[in-house]
Design a protein around this ligand. Structure first.
Ligand code: AMO
Length: 436
């Protein structure tokens, strides 16, 4: 008999089926045993009665996370007993149960709320909880919708390298790799230079890339290894063209996940984010003024939270763009129009209190780019490979980068970005706590 998924059982009422999955809970009720069994499609209740003597004997041995195969008959549950979820309308009456794999006694109850470190220590187990499965189902949906939105806007995907010859951002904390003949390599802190090069062949290009940052502190926002959705587009007049493409992608993602995962927002005690037709845009100085603060070269985390509250209250938006940061606070490739000096054409997108995206119009003139490198104490010679893109014709262009873990975390209002990372790394942890 072929395997039937739990979600398909509603179509097989009265029929014999074979299912397989993990036991979540076993409940003994007098002579009956009830099992909740999870597979990739959902959870279903299974009833074992004394009529199925052998199955009952096996059921008595089962504990959470044992992997089983069950043969039985699908029954519709009485109206007043129907449970929630895709498989809540039916139950499986077991005739035969086979154990495919046993599980040791669990270190804690899977329903218990764990502190983050314990949750992370036991990820191979805790990723199986409903909460974790929700988070990473949401993450996969975000990534899928983002990708489709960019493709629909004419972007071509490419795979960016994670090993780079020099540090992509020219100075950001990078991990050294000692392996290559006569050269020190680094793990990429951003696919920046490569996505700009890809404007040459494709005009519009994007990549889902791993970035590596040797962050000096472990915060609720920083990872040592993160996933970014980066895009770059040619023929832009200014940074606002990039912001419009980004706005569309974000709106497409929110629309898609609100439609397909409405129940998840409810389980996380939040709602789909507010995405007005145009996200509010404030310059840095306007934002600081709205917060009653003095001029400053950048925003503090508390300012990011404050201005997001302002955007929600005043403009009905969970997203807000901040523009016109001082050029000296932005990466070397950021364009500055002489008429707008000392402010650059860089921007940040904040979402529910946190920066989730950063972008800009770039310098496209080779001479200007070389001069900027020199101003920053960077050796243009070290960038000669990248500079070819400019030497051989580069249109005005711009792009941006969204942190997938941060986007996911704010979507479900999860306080720590590490919980929205399947296998988070920070200075204290690579899988296990490094001090252990
Ligand atoms: P930036 O350094 O702002 O910009 O990074 C872009 C986005 O990536 C995410 N991010 C991180 N997430 C978790 N942990 C980290 N340590 C981390 N670092 C970055 C954030 C951030 O908004 N090259 C530019 C982008 C561009 O101009 O296109 C860049 O790297 O969500």
């Amino acid at each position: 008999m072929e395997r039937t998924l739990n979600s398909e059982l509603t179509d097989k009422i009265g029929e014999p089926v074979r299912t397989a999955g993990w036991v979540s809970i076993r409940r003994d009720h007098g002579k009956l045993i009830f099992l909740d069994v999870r597979d990739r499609s959902g959870e279903v209740q299974c009833v074992v009665t004394p009529k199925a003597e052998d199955a009952l004997a096996v059921a008595k041995t089962l504990r959470p996370q044992w992997v089983v195969e069950i043969e039985g008959e699908v029954k519709e549950r009485p109206e007043n007993m129907k449970g929630a979820g895709v498989c809540g309308g039916v139950e499986l009456v077991a005739r035969r149960i086979a154990v495919l794999s046993q599980a040791e006694e669990l270190p804690f109850d899977m329903a218990a709320e764990l502190n983050l470190d314990t949750h992370l220590d036991y990820l191979p187990l805790t990723l199986r909880t409903k909460r974790s499965r929700d988070i990473f189902t949401m993450q996969a949906a975000i990534l899928d919708a983002y990708r489709r939105s960019l493709i629909a806007q004419g972007f071509t995907e490419f795979a960016a390298p994670a090993l780079v010859g020099g540090d992509a951002e020219g100075g950001a904390a990078a991990f050294k790799v000692e392996y290559f003949n006569d050269a020190v390599a680094f793990l990429a802190t951003s696919p920046q230079l490569y996505k700009q090069i890809m404007v040459g062949p494709f005009e519009r290009a994007f990549t889902v890339a791993k970035i590596f940052r040797a962050e000096k502190s472990a915060t609720t926002r920083h990872l040592s290894e993160a996933t970014c959705i980066d895009f770059e587009m040619g023929f832009v007049e200014n940074e606002h063209a990039v912001m419009r493409a980004l706005e569309r992608s974000i709106r497409d993602v929110v629309e898609e996940v609100s439609r397909t995962h409405a129940d998840m927002f409810e389980r996380f005690g939040t709602t789909p984010p507010l995405t007005p037709e145009h996200f509010p845009v404030l310059t840095l100085q306007e934002a600081l003024k709205a917060l009653g603060k003095k001029e400053a070269p950048d925003m503090e985390p508390e300012d990011e939270r404050g201005i997001c509250e302002w955007a929600k209250k005043e403009r009905g938006s969970d997203f807000i763009f901040i523009t016109r940061f001082p050029t000296k606070k932005r990466a070397f490739y950021t364009y500055e129009d002489p008429a707008e000096a000392p402010y650059s054409r860089g921007f940040d997108l904040l979402f529910r209190g946190l920066e989730i995206n950063s972008g800009a119009q770039r310098i496209h003139d080779q001479a200007m780019l070389v001069e900027r490198m020199r101003d920053r104490g960077l050796d243009p010679q070290k960038f000669r490979y990248y500079l070819q893109a400019f030497k051989y014709g580069m249109p005005p262009h711009g792009g941006c980068s969204t942190g997938l873990e941060r986007f996911t975390a704010r979507m479900l209002e999860i306080p720590n970005v590490k919980e929205a990372t399947a296998f988070p790394r920070d200075m204290n942890r690579i899988d296990v706590r490094l001090s252990d």
